[in-house]
Design a protein around this ligand. Structure first.
Ligand SMILES: *Cc1c(COP(=O)(O)O)cnc(C)c1O
Length: 398
């Protein structure tokens, strides 16, 4: 065998934390002529579409839909409830909280960041301290990223709700569920979340381009008290449209809606609780393999404690900046694309495994097999038996 051979031909596998793998059913649903946007099926499908979105988010709240990626929903949500000069608190466990906080600054908010680094969940003592110090109740919202996709930390949203309630602090609890919705347990109403943003290209398995902002009555009351909200971001007409074009403030994302319809049908057929447990089971196999590999010291899981690890993405680090060479190998030699390190001081050493959305047991074994192969090719020291152990997890034996 020579170095010239490549084993990359065949169906490629994009195992990054978004965009995620697109189901054939979603792609096929999008493969159609342009539909009428004034009358007929597209318009008639909207009530069931929003009802099914609410079910996935476990909420009775209103939902506004935007032709936007996740960044767009960050700005959309903030624009409806935060006026220039108002303060938001941003407890950060990774890059994405900082991104949302920067967006808040961009619309004129005062931002108080509590930075817990890139490998730790929220420290509730420090959040409590910041909320207690806010005697004049200037903090109008807490920006809470459920799963930070850079660090792969999953934070405890119900505990944050409980803290706000205990301190009788009126700030809105705003959750970013872009990486977690449709992957991890999330219950907007039961958890007392006031505003939730998400996008279609991760757990919702649809090509990037549509974002969602869910909001409850408390958030709507704040919206109603705003001095002004830009017409395009205003969630009110989108959530309660009198005419179809008001859903999107212009032309609808026609084909995305058909794709999303197919994705929601898949989630509905599997059952959201089963979707969550599938992700949990697959994540356990990924972690088990990674923990065994890490026994030789070259590979490290970014999040030490399983309790704080996302079920949708796993952030890893290799010594000697071997994250990028490993990704290059899996992509060029195996047809497997892994996620880049994001938001880390040593980004070249880091990489991420996406295991969100349309993924099953054989795909997880393939992804882990790809990592094992790359580590073998690059002579990276690693504990042995990782794939056997991952298989045992999937088989329900450990
Ligand atoms: C992907 C992601 C974003 C950004 O979404 P874009 O669609 O890339 O703008 C924001 N927050 C989280 C938690 C994400 O995973």
């Amino acid at each position: 065998m020579t170095n010239k051979t490549t084993l990359a031909q065949g169906r490629e596998y994009l195992a990054i934390p978004g965009p995620s793998v697109m189901p054939d059913a979603v792609l096929q649903a999008m493969h159609r002529p342009s539909p009428n946007i004034y009358d007929g099926a597209l318009i008639e499908m909207m009530p069931a579409l929003t009802a099914d979105l609410r079910q996935v988010a476990r909420t009775q709240c209103d939902v506004a839909i935007y032709i936007a990626n996740g960044h767009g929903t960050w700005e959309a949500a903030l624009s409806n409830v935060i006026a220039p000069g108002e303060t938001v608190l941003a407890p950060a466990s990774g890059r994405f909280t900082h991104g949302w906080a920067e967006m808040a600054k961009g619309i004129g908010a005062e931002v108080e960041i509590l930075d817990f680094g890139t490998a730790y969940p929220w420290d509730f003592d420090r959040i409590a301290e910041a909320l207690r110090a806010d005697t004049h109740r200037q903090i109008k919202a807490v920006l809470a990223v459920h799963v930070d996709t850079s660090s792969s930390i999953r934070n405890n949203i119900p505990a944050l709700r409980a803290l706000l309630d205990d301190l009788d602090h009126p700030a809105l609890l705003m959750a970013d569920c872009i990486a977690s919705l449709g992957c991890e347990r999330f219950e907007m109403d039961a958890w007392g979340v006031d505003v939730m943003v998400t996008a279609c290209q991760k757990g919702l398995m649809t090509p990037p381009g549509v974002g969602f902002v869910f909001f409850n009555d408390k958030a709507q009351a704040k919206r109603a008290a705003m001095p002004r909200v830009s017409q395009y971001w205003d969630w009110q007409p989108r959530a309660n449209p009198e005419l179809f074009y008001q859903y999107f403030n212009g032309t609808a994302p026609t084909h995305h809606l058909y794709g999303l319809r197919a994705a929601l049908d898949m989630i509905g057929a599997e059952g959201i609780e089963n979707v969550w447990s599938r992700h949990e089971h697959l994540a356990a196999a990924v972690w088990t393999a990674c923990e065994i590999w890490s026994g030789e010291g070259a590979l490290q899981l970014n999040v030490t404690d399983r309790e704080y690890r996302s079920h949708a993405v796993t952030s890893l680090r290799l010594t000697e900046e071997r994250g990028t060479p490993l990704r290059d190998f899996t992509e060029n030699q195996l047809g497997l694309t892994l996620g880049i390190g994001l938001g880390m001081a040593d980004a070249e050493g880091c990489f991420r495994l996406g295991h969100m959305g349309h993924v099953n047991g054989q795909m997880i074994m393939a992804m882990l097999g790809g990592v094992e192969t790359a580590m073998a090719a690059l002579n990276i020291p690693r504990g042995s038996g990782a794939l056997d152990a991952a298989a045992a997890v999937l088989a329900g034996q450990i």
